[in-house]
Design a protein around this ligand. Structure first.
Ligand code: MG
Ligand code: MG
Length: 250
């Protein structure tokens, strides 16, 4: 069932989204060689909990242990923070984080270079972020879910990269994962028609190589089959009468 949100509900999501955006900005500044993913997780948890009414949404969600999903290089999503995973110069790290606030959830992700990265990696980050912007631009009333996916896919494939298909974006709000699913591929004018009050997590996951994925023995971390690097950018977006509102923008 798709749960449309009232203006009041969207305002609460925007309030949580501001805390989430500040968390993401803080983490982007904390990424550097020598930092462990567990240190980043601790910084994020303390920062989120320092805001009255805010909680780390991932902690305990389906049994996940962390505040963040931290996914390095060929890891696409759902990496578990660990003191053994220490960032090195030239790595990239995807940081995915969710916030609960007054009963409503928001979700955001970013991928950050650790110091200097190679040119292809740098382009991967640029294209993935640009594909998210294209997906958001297509998320307006009267368009369809397929328009979002097609916009993302077009940017990614034009650049010679591939869109992950095994994982998708989602509705969000009262529950962390709500209907509908929001694929990062598709055909224009297909799928659910977008209407005001719909709140979506749009989240392209983009690989330098092929789209195939597999799950590691820890049962969480999802990696590229070909070992190529992957990037992930995400915002929570509300469809409004006049277009949309990005609820997790800095
Ligand atoms: Mg997320
Ligand atoms: Mg999400």
């Amino acid at each position: 069932m798709i749960q449309l949100k009232s203006t009041r509900e969207i305002e609460l999501m925007a309030e949580g989204g501001r805390i989430l955006a500040a968390t993401v900005q803080l983490l982007r500044r904390e990424v550097r060689a020598g930092v462990s993913t567990q240190q980043l997780d601790q910084i994020a948890e303390e920062f989120i909990r320092s805001h009255a009414g805010a909680t780390p949404a991932f902690k305990g969600l389906y049994g996940f242990p962390g505040t963040l999903c931290t996914s390095i290089n060929q890891e696409i999503v759902h990496g578990i923070p660990s003191k053994k995973r220490v960032l090195r110069e030239g790595d990239i790290i995807s940081i995915d984080v969710g916030v609960g606030f007054e009963g409503y959830f928001t979700d955001s992700a970013t991928t950050v270079p650790v110091g200097r990265v190679d040119d292809v990696t740098s382009r991967l980050l640029e294209i993935t972020e640009r594909s998210l912007a294209a997906g958001i631009a297509a998320a307006v009333p009267g368009n369809h879910l397929g328009d979002i996916g097609a916009a993302v896919q077009h940017v990614v494939e034009d650049a010679g990269f591939s869109v992950v298909r095994d994982l998708v974006g989602h509705g969000i709000g009262v529950e962390f994962h709500e209907e509908p699913q929001v694929p990062n591929y598709g055909k224009p004018k297909r799928g659910l028609k977008l209407v005001p009050g719909l709140t979506l997590a749009i989240e392209p996951m983009v690989n330098i190589g092929g789209p195939a994925t597999r799950t590691m023995p820890d049962k969480w971390t999802i990696v590229t089959v070909d070992g190529s690097r992957s990037a992930h950018f995400e915002h929570t977006v509300a469809i409004t009468d006049s277009g949309n509102r990005v609820l997790t923008a800095a």
